[in-house]
Design a protein around this ligand. Structure first.
Ligand code: TYD
Ligand code: MG
Length: 456
């Protein structure tokens, strides 16, 4: 009988240790070790097979490497292409992570069904072929080139990759796949590591682009994509508020391109729709001017868009005022409120403040400070911001308005959407070029903001 071998793995980073440890020496996480059975004796025929495929490879001078090896293929989805940096590279391993129910399976099935001339193998360990067919009917596209394969055994999957020779393989999800060479159950750290490493070898040797889907749980108890991130070439994160219909696809790591692009989608009853122009969905048109609403010009990665900020400032009923934000860092809001108190003399210590971003978006751009403050000022004085005015600027602790990164791009986006005036920092290093249709107002201090906002 084969000797049973056990080891301890860190759930957070995948570090392997022969005994249990309280704190992971690799990532510093506490109480993250679990024991798993690994039978290395009968070990890794798949790895040996993959290695034999590679035998004969030799180092070569950098000049002799052909660049065409990195030509990209169109996935048939403009937003996904954009995030990948212009298409998917053959032989790459792409990890698509996200919380359960966010739409990872929907997005990947849409990729598989897209008419892009690519043969796609969609491996599902979670849903039956009928369930996937029902989802495909819902999405309303049919593609002869798309093969559906409900399977969880890694060795069968790799055999099909070799036999069918698809251009693209989608594994939904890595947590459900297991290899016979490892004793522990599917979803354990050692299984995930082994399966990902084997898939990587197949991707590289056969030139197939492989997308693997990984779950992230809120408390992180299951070995999630964290340990996979080191293995794969590209990490994409699909995020959004499950109660809201907008989703953002973000590049977190990309060995073939930049990571600052985002893709925006809207979840409809017939699948995900690409949103080419995010500003459209994030700005509302009101019949009459309302107080507490301001528009900020933001840049996420390289992509500029305008977003509506809503604030409600009212008298605090209890001693300690309430502060609540959705989509914005609450500590940053406290800092901005303190600046308003000290530099503008507004009595924020007696006020409850609530802050909201349109569409349930999470925004980390400090260039939105000015818009946040504008919404707070508007609600505080109960005066609507003048029509067609938006802001882009960062606020410092002395109340100074600092330039937001890529201000020019923000101004162009605001002009394109028909805004009449944009308030930016007066400390910009160079003269700004901007379209004639928009007036650029520069302010140096937050105290000048109300005047610019209400167009007095
Ligand atoms: P799913 O892709 O299964 O999420 P994941 O694979 O990330 O767990 O989709 C999750 C949700 O999307 C599901 O609750 C229903 C919704 N949905 C729609 O709103 N419209 C659709 O056309 C589809 C297919 C799903
Ligand atoms: Mg799914």
């Amino acid at each position: 009988m084969a000797k049973v071998k056990k080891a301890f793995f860190c759930r957070s980073c995948g570090f392997e240790a022969p005994k249990w440890l309280g704190k992971c020496p690799s990532c510093g996480e506490w109480n993250s070790f679990t024991e798993e059975v690994i039978a290395r004796e009968s070990a890794t025929p798949s790895l040996a097979a993959a290695a034999s495929l590679q035998r004969g490879s030799r180092p070569q001078p950098i000049r002799e490497i052909r660049e065409s090896d990195h030509r990209r293929i169109d996935t048939g989805n403009a937003e996904v292409n954009r995030v990948l940096g212009g298409g998917v590279v053959p032989g790459s391993l792409v990890l698509l992570g996200g919380e359960p129910g966010i739409g990872k399976s929907t997005l990947s099935l849409q990729l598989a069904l897209a008419h892009n001339g690519l043969k796609t193998l969609y491996v599902s360990g979670e849903e039956s072929a009928e369930q996937i067919r029902m989802r495909a009917d819902r999405i309303g596209i049919c593609n002869e080139q798309c093969l559906i394969y409900p399977e969880t055994l890694l060795e069968n999957i790799t055999a099909q990759i070799v036999e069918e020779q698809p251009h693209v393989v989608i594994i939904d999800s890595i947590q459900t796949i297991y290899s016979e060479s490892i004793e522990s159950s599917a979803g354990s750290v050692s299984q995930i590591r082994e399966c990902a490493a084997t898939l990587l070898k197949y991707a590289k040797t056969t030139g197939t682009a492989i997308f693997i889907i990984g779950h992230i749980t809120k408390d992180g108890t299951i070995a999630g994509p964290k340990i996979l991130e080191h293995i794969v070439d590209v990490v994409l994160q699909f995020e959004g508020d499950a109660n809201n219909c907008y989703r953002i696809l973000r590049g977190i790591k990309n060995r073939f391109g930049a990571t600052f692009e985002i893709g925006v989608f809207e979840m409809l009853d017939h699948g995900l729709r690409s949103v080419d122009n995010p500003s459209e969905i994030l700005l509302s048109h009101y019949e009459e001017a309302l107080s507490g609403i301001a528009v900020g010009a933001t840049v996420d990665g390289l992509r500029p868009y305008l977003i509506e900020v809503q604030a409600l400032v009212c008298n605090a009923a209890y001693g300690t005022p309430q502060r609540s934000t959705t989509g914005f860092d609450s500590r940053r809001m406290s800092m901005l409120l303190a600046v308003l108190e000290k530099r503008v003399g507004m009595k924020m210590f007696q006020k409850d403040v609530f802050l909201n971003f349109a569409g349930g978006f999470k925004v980390a751009d400090t260039g939105l400070d000015l818009a946040v403050v504008a919404a707070v000022i508007s609600s505080y004085f109960d005066r609507p911001v003048a029509e067609g005015v938006c802001c882009a600027g960062e606020i410092g602790l002395s109340g100074e308005v600092r330039p937001a990164p890529r201000t020019e791009q923000r101004i162009s986006e605001a002009a394109r959407l028909g805004f009449r005036r944009i308030i930016v920092s007066g400390y910009l290093a160079k003269q700004l070029k901007h379209p004639k249709s928009i007036e650029v107002v520069t302010i140096n201090n937050i105290a000048e903001l109300p005047k610019a906002l209400f167009m007095e």
